[in-house]
Design a protein around this ligand. Structure first.
Ligand SMILES: [Zn+2]
Length: 267
């Protein structure tokens, strides 16, 4: 028996044990990829999530949250009212080379709002109670301390400080916490939860500023942000809006359920 074969067997055994641990045994109706996405979700937010029971997400406080996929036919309708499974459905290419995203490829852009509200706060006042000041290259920015977001952003700043070439892109920050919907949509931005940061607007590109409509074909991708900068955020569990067809290259948000730690560790 070759070593590779043994490794594969071992990994399969580990995965089966892990799925059972999180309540995702063989009786679940979910697909294999969905089960793995849910394990990553539970592992990403250990302070809040305990596992899965049947077709529901189990919270540490005993709350059960439905795991559904949106039945909406159009891309925009699904984006506006996603289920929890839609949030996880598109794999995010963390720490992969930068590439021009395919049509409507927006990993992480669909967000199941009840999940975020329950962790970070139901209202601006609720989120504000958990805000913490972070020193962003001499500028004070406010992000949530929930899920270790503030500590994570401070660690990113320390790492960036060792790479002076990257600093023009990151300072000044164009904003962190702001309770608001995404422009022109009913969806709350992750800025509402204090778990996002916009970098230097002058070196950024945003599809709406270039005059495009949501979901239209032929959006011409633009980006100046270097991969080295993107990878630093991704290693710390943040995703980048520059990996979206609907590009927003100043935007990073804390979404550790989507960043592939294994790929990032090799960098
Ligand atoms: Zn943003």
């Amino acid at each position: 028996m070759g070593r590779d074969f043994l490794d594969q067997r071992l990994n399969a055994v580990k995965l089966t044990a892990l799925l059972a641990l999180f309540g995702l045994g063989a009786t679940s109706a979910l697909t294999g990829p969905q089960k793995q996405q849910l394990v990553r979700l539970v592992q990403a937010y250990p302070a809040f999530l305990a596992g899965v029971r049947g077709d529901q997400l189990l919270w540490r406080d005993g709350t059960l949250m439905p795991m559904t996929a949106s039945g909406a036919a159009s891309y925009v309708a699904r984006l506006n009212q996603p289920g929890l499974l839609d949030q996880l459905a598109t794999p995010y290419p963390a720490c992969q080379p930068l590439a021009v995203p395919a049509y409507d490829f927006d990993p992480g852009r669909a967000r199941f709002e009840p999940l975020f509200k329950k962790m970070y706060g139901e209202s601006a006042a609720g989120v504000r109670q958990n805000l913490e000041a972070v020193n962003w290259f001499g500028q004070t920015v406010q992000v949530t301390r929930v899920n270790g977001v503030a500590a994570s952003l401070q660690a990113i700043a320390r790492e960036l400080a060792t790479q002076p070439k990257l600093l023009p892109y990151v300072r000044p920050s164009a904003g962190t916490f702001l309770w608001r919907t995404v422009a022109g949509t009913p969806r709350l931005s992750v800025h509402s939860f204090g778990a996002a940061i916009d970098l230097n607007i002058k070196l950024s590109a945003y599809w709406q500023w270039d005059g495009y409509a949501e979901g239209q074909r032929g959006i011409r991708y633009r980006n100046q942000i270097p991969a080295a900068l993107v990878n630093i955020f991704e290693r710390h569990g943040w995703i980048w809006g520059g990996r979206w067809y609907h590009y927003d290259t100043m935007h990073f948000e804390y979404r550790p359920e989507l960043t592939n730690q294994t790929a990032c560790m090799k960098k």
